[in-house]
Design a protein around this ligand. Sequence first.
Ligand code: SF4
Length: 366
Amino acid sequence: MQHLYVHVPFCQRRCSYCDFSIAIRKRIPVREYVDVILKEAAAVGDPFDTIYFGGGTPSLLPPEAIARLLSELTSPRRTPHAEREVTIEANPEDVTVDSARSWKAAGINRVSLGAQSFDDTVLKWMHRSHDAARIGAAVHALRGAGIENISLDLIFGLPEELHRDWERDLEMAHALHTTHLSLYGLTVEPRTPLDRWISRGATHAPDEERYTEEYLFAHRRLTADGFAFYEVSNAALPGFRSQHNSAYWSGKPYVGLGPAAHSFDGTTRRWNLRAWEAYRRAIAEGRSAVETEERLTAEQRELERVYLALRTEEGLAITAPYRPLPPLMSQGWLVEHNGRLRCTPEGWLRLDSLINELTMHTETQP
Ligand code: SF4
């Protein structure tokens, strides 16, 4: 079973909170991009059970480029898979009736929309290039084209002075009847516009109390609406969990193509060169695009297994040396369910410290 991630690094501008590896371009070098990705792909095994176009902004690629990539990456030589999940991340302003139809015809069957908020003031503050109305229009265009598996990304925990109404945003999302939501708390990354605004006092840093309240509110609200949080930041209706992301969280191998893409074969993790130009040159000149690789020790693999398991609803099997620790259980951060330890929403809010306690404590056990 293989899982393929294709990184599309291009964006038209940088969002205020974003520190991703992106290439800001008014004109996207479509042909060069598709050629180097296919050249890198030639060395990769197959078939792929899931394909994920992430970014950057994959929806800036013209639909014909997506179609060419998918037809090469899933050609009969690569053994097509009828049930394959194929996702594209899209910004709402790039979704039109025509692009949605072309994506569907090319094999895309899941779209992750970068909605972030339904408040136009907030969207402007974030430097997003869509307004709230475009989100609904995008969802309707996708559905009209026969793409039902639609996820919305929303950001919570914004600075107080924006007066963002989180409850209203969740209601607006609910009204669109999408099948999946990814909720990310705002974090301040170094060297982002947001970091600079905070340093010069132009905005406040997000506040922890608001972050906690909004996260827990979303859990209550979405659970009441029939969604299950199957991972710390992801909630889905039955049958609509992301198979691709679930593969990451269960420690399965995956292949990444494109600048900054990661690959993992079960023991070794590799990162491609982050900058688009450096990556493009390496592939075009027939060199490896891998910037770094790291072979995980048995200890690192185990720590990662624990971390990934506790991020998910499935949780961690209660086997030696992991056992329910009374202080973590009595605080309501972990629960025992069918022989597994599972985080509660309150536990997910303090996942790192909880894992530290769990793993440190086991080291002192006989
Ligand atoms: S669209 Fe996504 S990748 Fe591009 S700048 Fe905004 S947050 Fe970053």
